[in-house]
Design a protein around this ligand. Structure first.
Ligand code: OSB
Ligand code: MG
Length: 379
């Protein structure tokens, strides 16, 4: 299959409510959407970056640059038989795993559709639905947080993740635990603490949390390895894991006992499956994280989360938790057992609403290779 054309869209979607974390507040979700066109059809992928480099150094700006100047030229006119080929073609481009993952995702979608298989079948997953939870942003006060959590429980979520930050941690967790003692609860610090200022992380050890996600810096697997032995609670790494190698290194030095797999953060679904398989072998549970993806990215995350070692509920919530209107034809809805159905149609399993994408595009471009046909150069 030859890659004939690549379309790139920078879109902006209003979130149903603002999402505050230790690195900032988001009201509008900006990301890039990729379409890869070949004679066999089109495949769609998402690059779930943000406008600002709060969670990752990759932003809509860096992803556009690395796409336009390096990724797209490397892929146009390439002959592709498998998503692995994309990895080979992009090997010489350093870093930028989230950008690369969008192209790999589009190729997975395209190849799956050509083979009439769902992504779940392509990945080797199983089951009709996957267990999910919800990630709750920082709130004004512990009381407001208890109220917000209560509404998510009413909506049917059985696992709650609280965002924490220095000074907005123990009182908040205490209040939620007092209000809902049997809740499956975990917290996510998004790298906001340092080893020498992690007293509240140690204090959180008394609450019987499912896990504590990324308390220390992204580039500090070593200090996570110092912290983990002092805690009963499992540490889980998110930002620190950018590749299968990072997962292996982190587990080699016992920096965590759980891994949050976000296929985009680790460079693509192939890398995500590799990490899953490595963890399965070591009996380390994994779960599927999220980055406020649109329906395009979330469809793939659902398929991935149906692999057997995704033992904990994913951050893959219903469409209405994120967006009033999505860019795919179906909304993901929460089932009564706190699960969401895995799409079963070919490829990502949902139809992309291209008109809608055009409506909300801030910038778009379409690339074709300019092949210099042999026309004799005028001789
Ligand atoms: O750290 O897991 C995170 C959202 C954007 C970037 C990073 C994170 C998150 C979330 C929300 O926690 C997950 C989701 O529901 O998509
Ligand atoms: Mg996280």
């Amino acid at each position: 299959m030859k890659i004939e054309q690549i379309s790139l869209y920078h879109i902006s979607m209003p979130l149903v409510e603002s999402f505050e974390t230790s690195f900032g507040v988001e009201e509008e979700r900006e990301c890039l959407i990729v379409a890869i066109h070949s004679d066999g059809g089109s495949g769609w992928g998402e690059i779930p970056v943000s406008r600002a480099p709060g969670y990752s150094y990759e932003t809509t700006g860096t992803a556009w640059h690395i796409s336009q100047d390096f990724i797209v030229p490397a892929l146009l006119d390439a002959d592709i038989d498998s998503p692995e080929d994309i990895r080979g073609l992009l090997k010489s481009i350093k870093g930028h795993p989230i950008a690369k993952a969008g192209y790999q995702a589009a190729v997975w979608d395209l190849l799956a559709k050509m083979n009439n298989l769902s992504l779940q079948e392509m990945f080797g997953g199983s089951g009709e639905s996957v267990k999910v939870g919800v990630s709750v942003g920082l709130q004004e006060s512990p009381e407001a947080l208890v109220e917000r959590v209560g509404r998510y429980l009413e909506a049917g979520y059985s696992r709650i993740k609280l965002k924490i930050a220095p000074g907005r941690d123990t009182d908040e967790v205490n209040a939620v635990c007092a209000a809902y003692p049997d809740l499956m609860l975990q917290v996510d610090a998004n790298s906001a603490y340092r080893l020498d200022s992690a007293e509240s992380i140690r204090a959180l050890d008394e609450f019987g949390l499912l896990l504590i996600e990324q308390p220390l810096a992204e580039d500090d697997i070593a200090d996570h390895a110092r912290l983990q032995p002092d805690l009963k609670t499992d540490l889980c790494l998110d930002e620190s894991i950018h590749s299968p190698d990072h997962a292996r290194w982190a587990l080699d030095i016992d920096a965590c006992r759980v891994i949050n797999i976000k296929p985009a953060r680790v460079g693509g679904f192939s890398e995500a499956i590799q990490i899953h398989d490595h963890c399965l072998e070591l009996e380390v549970p994994v779960w599927c994280g999220g980055m406020l993806e649109t329906g395009i990215g979330r469809a793939g995350n659902l398929a991935l989360a149906s692999l057997s070692n995704f033992k904990l509920p994913g951050d893959i919530s219903a469409t209405e938790r994120y967006y009033q209107e999505d860019i795919v034809d179906k909304n993901f809805v929460l089932n009564s057992d706190s699960s969401i159905d895995v799409p079963q149609e070919p490829g990502i399993g949902v139809e992309v609403l291209e008109e809608k994408i055009l409506d909300i595009s801030i910038r778009r471009d379409s690339f074709r290779s300019e092949v210099q046909h042999n026309i004799g150069f005028g001789l």
